[in-house]
Every structure is written in structure tokens, then in C-alpha cells.
Design a protein around this ligand. Structure first.
Ligand SMILES: [Zn+2]
Length: 357
């Protein structure tokens, strides 16, 4: 596999490449990956032929893409079976399960990039970590659920791991108390899935009228807002509650899917999701699939320099979002930034996935 372009992207600062410079590095790498998967993944090759796709794109809009739901129907792999190091799964609400295969190189690359991105927010030192999870989820490594893999991936960034929940998904008060006694007003790292942080930690804390002394903490959460939208909890409600009951001011949401682990997008202090150097997004009209200009909502297409063991470098998601701009977020980070609105109702995605029916 050709690594030169990947090395350049890996060495680039995560958020300081202006969009034009980033595209000049990322597009050739994405073309490389299209060729690689065309040669090594038969279903992908068939898709390229059936859609008469250009294997060499001259801009993002021309890049061939795979509908993300295809991973629910087919095992898409670009490595021999004996090179598969682990398989990630994510079960959607419909019951269909996506399967993503990783070889050792891809798995290592993904954790390396995840670390690089996270260090932008928590620094290089390993911080004491409170996971809003049950210990069993992490310790049971046989079945790699997306949730387990997500938490496990991030747990490498912390030390002295404490698990805030017990087996019944209730707050484990003695553990939380011990963590706070040990690390009150020191830099700490908290991670959990958005809904679980709200339901299993922020709500119980409020009910008990407790405020934790985690003023120098950083909280990362991911997993979508759908359940919280049903409860009428907005991002600013969530952040406010974190300040009220945890004492935490620095709260980051991130967008990333099991089909494209590693190159996550993280919200800045203005609530905008930022693409790192090794990934990007564009927005397509849900009906025509034409690329939309900034500020118009549509389907999110995610691009990533990382997926080598499966054709996930250019994916059309079923998520709705809007690109807000390039290089000009008030937080100072360069590159493209966007917001996610939620899932396309009934997943009315036209296109590639029908090729395999
Ligand atoms: Zn920003």
C-alpha cells in the first residue's frame, strides 16, 4: 500500500491546514484508496463498474462513494480473511448490523489518529479518567460492539480508569465519590455516550442535588441526540447541566461512526463540528444527490484517509447536516466545519446500495 500521502496527512497539524491545502493532500490519498479498494474488494469493484464511477476524481464531488447502509447488507473487505484482526459491529434501530473489518495496520492507524485528535483537547498527558460506563462493557472484549470499541479506543488516553456506572446502569456512588476525592479540581477526562451521560449521570446527580468538584475536567460524549431530542434536551441544556452538576465547562460532542472510526469530528466551543486534517465532509441533496453549497442542509458524505481494510474512505451517510463554512469558524480552527441535524427520516437514500439487491 502507498503510504507517502498518508504520512503527509498524519504529520500535518490536525486543525491548522487551510481547506485548499488540505484538499490538495487529501484528494490524492482518497483517489489512492479508491484504486486500492477497486483492486482488492470485489463488491466495490462491481459497484464502480455498475455506476461507471471515475476512479480518479478531480474534486471531492467526483469521488465515488458507498452508501453506508451497504455495510449492513454485505461484508466489504479489501484484505484476505486471515489478515482480519477484528470486526466492529454496530446495530442500527432496524436490527440490521453493520460489520467493519480491520486488519492490524488499519486498527493501529485509527487509534493513532484518534489519539492525535483527542490530544488537541486534553493535551498529551494521560489524565485520570471517569468512564460513564459499566466496567463489564470494557472488560468483555470478545464481542466488539461499537460502544465498547469507542470507549476502549478512548480509554487508552486516560489512566486510573474509574467506571461511573454499575451493572444495572445506575451511578456507582462510591466509585464516583472516590474519584472526586482523589482528583477534585485537577485535570480529568470524562467520556460517555450522550444519552447515557444524561440519563445515568447528569439526571441522578441533579435529583440528589449533588455538584461534583470537576472544574478542570473535560467531557467528551458521542452517540447522537435522537433520544435527547425526544426529551427536549438541547446541546446547550446538556452543556449547562454539565456545568451545574459536574462543574465541567469544557464539553465536546463528537461525530464519528463505526464505519469510519478514528477520524472523528469534534465540536468546538461554538458548537461546530470540525473536520481534522485526515477527514472531510460534503453535503448532498437527499433527492438528487447533487453536491450542495455551504449553508444548505442535506445528506452528509464523510471522507477519510484511513480505511484501507474496507472501502469506507468515502461514505454517504443517512445523517442530515449542514456545512457552515471553510477556515472561518470564530474558534480559529482551519478547515471545514459543520453541524448535524439528525437522521434522514425513513432513510430514503437513493443510489448505490440498490446495485447489490
Ligand atoms: Zn470552531
Amino acid at each position: 500500500m502507498m503510504f507517502a500521502r498518508l504520512d503527509q496527512l498524519m504529520q500535518a497539524p490536525v486543525y491548522q491546514l487551510p481547506q485548499a491545502e488540505k484538499e490538495a493532500l487529501l484528494l490524492p490519498r482518497l483517489n489512492e484508496l479508491t484504486h486500492w479498494h477497486d483492486q482488492h474488494c470485489e463488491p466495490f469493484h462491481h459497484l464502480m463498474q455498475a455506476t461507471q464511477a471515475q476512479l480518479h476524481a478531480t474534486d471531492y464531488g467526483d469521488l465515488p462513494y458507498v452508501a453506508v447502509r451497504l455495510f449492513k447488507h454485505r461484508l466489504l473487505s479489501s484484505v484476505p480473511n486471515d489478515a482480519i484482526f477484528k470486526t466492529l459491529t454496530s446495530s442500527g434501530t432496524t436490527g440490521a448490523v453493520s460489520r467493519i473489518v480491520l486488519d492490524r495496520d488499519s486498527a493501529a492507524l485509527q487509534s493513532k489518529v484518534l489519539v492525535k485528535i483527542m490530544q488537541e483537547y486534553i493535551g498529551k498527558q494521560r489524565l485520570p479518567m471517569l468512564l460513564v460506563e459499566q466496567p463489564a462493557l470494557i472488560q468483555n472484549r470478545s464481542g466488539f460492539s461499537a460502544r465498547g470499541a469507542g470507549a476502549l479506543g478512548l480509554s487508552f488516553l486516560g489512566r486510573d480508569h474509574h467506571y461511573a456506572l454499575d451493572e444495572q446502569m445506575q451511578p456507582n456512588w462510591p466509585v464516583i465519590e472516590a474519584f472526586c476525592e482523589k482528583y477534585a479540581d485537577q485535570p480529568v477526562f470524562l467520556f460517555g455516550f450522550t444519552f447515557m451521560v444524561w440519563q445515568c449521570l447528569l439526571e441522578p446527580l441533579k435529583k440528589r442535588g449533588i455538584k461534583l468538584p470537576l472544574s478542570k475536567g473535560v467531557l467528551f460524549h458521542s452517540g447522537g441526540w435522537k433520544k435527547l431530542t425526544h426529551l427536549a434536551v438541547s446541546a446547550s441544556d446538556f452543556n449547562q447541566r454539565c456545568a451545574d452538576v459536574l462543574g465541567i465547562q469544557q464539553v465536546h460532542n463528537f461525530y464519528g461512526m463505526v464505519e469510519q472510526t478514528g477520524a472523528i469530528c469534534v465540536t468546538c466551543e461554538h458548537g461546530h463540528l470540525h473536520t481534522p486534517a485526515m477527514a472531510d465532509v460534503l453535503i448532498r441533496d437527499p433527492k438528487t444527490l447533487a453536491v450542495l453549497p455551504h449553508k444548505q442542509p442535506g445528506l452528509i458524505q464523510v471522507l477519510s484517509a484511513l480505511p484501507q481494510s474496507y472501502p469506507g474512505h468515502s461514505l454517504l451517510t443517512e445523517d442530515l447536516g449542514t456545512c457552515l463554512g471553510d477556515d472561518d469558524c470564530p474558534c480559529g480552527r482551519k478547515g471545514r466545519y459543520f453541524v448535524v441535524h439528525g437522521r434522514l427520516p425513513k432513510a430514503e437514500v437513493r443510489g448505490c446500495s440498490d446495485t447489490f439487491r
